[in-house]
Design a binder for this molecule. Structure first.
Ligand code: ATP
Ligand code: ZN
Length: 283
């Protein structure tokens, strides 16, 4: 039987979440820091632990069938791969930043200036699209210190909270790219049954993360108001309580409007609200 290979980051910002996602998909494997390859015992899959920069090319060239990597790396390596699923973690932006005291008003003020980055391809394309002529200085790490050292006038670097910019006396000056971790595969192989099975498992884990399981008690007289607030997957489950005239309602609520919904439910007469995480939602 065919065995798929999935490449994930060996260590770094995406490693832990990638491992967690695969484990939540029910895949059993050892996660030794020393191993480069780990077989999955209950699915025809092997996990390759690599530097993130190598993942897009490994997938494009067929060394791995699938990969989990940031969109920033895919764009920078300019590979031709299929985006199979956005994964909702590793969110960050590639931003331009300038020293706090710099008095730049618009992007065109970067004309003739030197910009340090580890993302020369993406930056080159962005500058060309915006008709700006700057000098790109490619550095592999610690880009944020280059203006302070007099190596550049601006930087183009990954930012998530902005803390690193702040502590280096820099301010964001424009977004170049928004990125998150994505599952990629080789073009033309999207219909492989094993790949489809794995994507479905991943989607069931992602869906579960976006929702909470909620159980609440309500007087029967208020049940219709409660039901009107709850779309559920189909409709809520309603179970009679031992106490006459009361029911328990079981449902799922999207994480994004969770607190708003809970206040509405309370106002409509819900009591004893219990909220639980969901492991998977298979539809
Ligand atoms: P490797 O050793 O695998 O080459 P790396 O040092 O290039 O690792 P990390 O810093 O671990 O990479 O980041 C991996 C990915 O995490 C980035 O490519 C990006 O997609 C994402 N990411 C999320 N937030 C940030 C952030 N604040 N800074 C940098 N990367 C971030
Ligand atoms: Zn890297």
């Amino acid at each position: 039987m065919k065995t798929l290979k999935i490449a994930i980051q060996k260590s770094g910002r995406l490693n832990e979440k990638s491992v967690e996602l695969l484990k939540n998909c029910g895949l059993n494997f050892e996660n030794y820091k020393s191993s480069l390859i780990s077989p999955v015992s209950n699915f025809p899959l092997e996990i390759l632990f690599l530097r993130d920069d190598d993942i897009p090319e490994y997938v494009q060239d067929g060394i791995a069938d699938l990969g989990i990597v940031g969109e920033n790396v895919i764009c920078e390596t300019e590979v031709d791969v299929a985006y199979l699923q956005r994964l909702g973690f590793g969110k960050c932006s590639l931003k331009l930043a300038v020293p706090n005291q710099a008095n730049y008003q618009s992007l065109s003020d970067l004309n003739g200036k030197a910009i340090a980055t580890s993302y020369p391809s993406i930056l080159k394309k962005f500058l060309a699209d915006n008709n700006i002529q700057s000098e790109i200085r490619t550095i592999s790490g610690s880009v944020e210190i280059s203006p302070g050292l007099g190596l550049s006038d601006a930087i183009c670097d990954l930012v998530s909270t902005g803390g690193t910019l702040k502590s280096n006396g820099l301010k964001a000056f424009g977004d170049v790219l928004h990125s998150e971790a994505v599952l990629i595969g080789r073009k033309g192989e999207e219909n492989d049954p094993l790949i489809i099975e794995l994507i479905q498992r991943i989607q069931s884990v992602l869906r579960a993360k976006e929702t909470k399981y909620v159980v609440l008690n309500v007087e029967k007289a208020h049940l219709d108001e409660i039901k009107a607030l709850l779309p559920g997957i189909k409709s809520p489950t309603v179970v009679p309580l031992a106490e006459e005239g009361w029911v328990a309602v079981h449902t799922v609520i999207p994480e994004k409007d969770f607190w708003g919904k809970i206040s509405q439910l309370k106002a409509a007469g819900a009591q004893g609200i219990v909220v639980m995480p969901i492991e998977k939602i298979i539809i």
